[in-house]
Write a protein of this length. Structure first.
Length: 293
């Protein structure tokens, strides 16, 4: 509410207290930037009280603007991309140990499509921003957003391929512990690869390998959510969706319940109107729907 009102004091406080908690810092900075992107708050804060937190929010805002313009095919995308990269570099210099500015820069990689060689162990050996990703992993080996941003580089809609995204999702998830949210990456790739015109497309999640994947994440990662300092809405949404599609309604109900009042567009929007799809899942699992009479 403060950001919408043009005030940055609260944003400064919530970012300052996350300087040693990179997962929380990534989450909060992205939420704040999504609200600030349509205002001049980030620029004003950086001009009036420059520092690592102001620089980070500006990098996040500039990143979001560049990506939105690029996705819209706007001719200003190139200029906004250069502004965003400069903002990321400034934030990284002010907080060298913080991976978040580098993660913001990684999200911009799909605009210029770098071709670093892949490490050994990938069947398709897809080229991509491997050097930048490796730098982030040296700062934080299991950074959740970094892995998702990196995987998205290989999505077909951004110039990648299905085979590459499958390969990268499997490679990254298998490196992670069973209790890591990174085990969700193959489920993310599965949604990305969804083709409603394919025969029995909606039955894909009922295949044994995907039931095993979803129930494994539910068994090993889901219990750790109680210890989070924020609700990992998107990860919970992917898990709930996979369990619902796999006909594991009891487990899906548990996940949807833990999401509380929060929701995300993904993955529901891939299958239709996100509100309708989430409502359908909640009702099928015996849960009330907000605003239901």
């Amino acid at each position: 509410m403060d950001v919408r009102a043009g005030r940055y004091l609260s944003a400064h406080e919530v970012l300052r207290e996350t300087r040693q908690d990179f997962e929380l810092r990534a989450h909060r900075s992205l939420v704040l930037a999504s609200e600030a992107a349509g205002t001049d708050l980030a620029e004003r804060w950086l001009a009036e009280e420059p520092g690592p937190d102001a620089a980070l929010l500006w990098a996040r805002v500039a990143m979001l603007r560049a990506l939105r313009m690029a996705d819209a095919g706007d001719r200003r995308a190139g200029a906004l991309d250069r502004i965003a990269r400069a903002a990321c570099e400034r934030a990284a210099k002010l907080a060298p140990e913080d991976p978040t500015p580098w993660v913001a820069q990684l999200s911009l990689a799909r605009l210029d499509r770098p071709h670093d060689p892949a490490p050994q162990g990938l069947l398709t050996a897809p080229t991509g921003p491997w050097y930048l990703f490796a730098h982030i992993l040296r700062l934080d080996p299991w950074h959740r957003e970094a892995h998702h941003r990196f995987l998205s580089f290989f999505f077909t809609r951004y110039g990648g391929s299905s085979s590459a995204s499958w390969d990268v999702a499997a490679f990254l998830s298998q490196r992670a512990a069973a209790s890591s949210p990174l085990r969700l990456l193959p489920l993310v790739a599965l949604v990305e690869d969804y083709n409603p015109a394919a025969l029995l497309a909606d039955r894909t999640w009922e295949q044994p390998q995907w039931i095993t994947a979803a129930t494994g994440v539910h068994r090993n990662w889901f219990p750790t959510v109680a210890g989070y300092r924020f609700t990992p809405v998107v990860d919970l949404a992917y898990l709930a969706h996979a369990l619902f599609m796999a006909k594991c309604e009891f487990e899906a109900r548990e996940v949807l319940t833990v999401m509380g009042p929060y929701a995300s567009r993904m993955p529901w929007s891939v299958f239709g109107d996100p509100e309708e799809q989430l409502t359908k899942a909640r009702r099928a699992c015996g849960l009330p729907v907000p605003h239901d009479p």
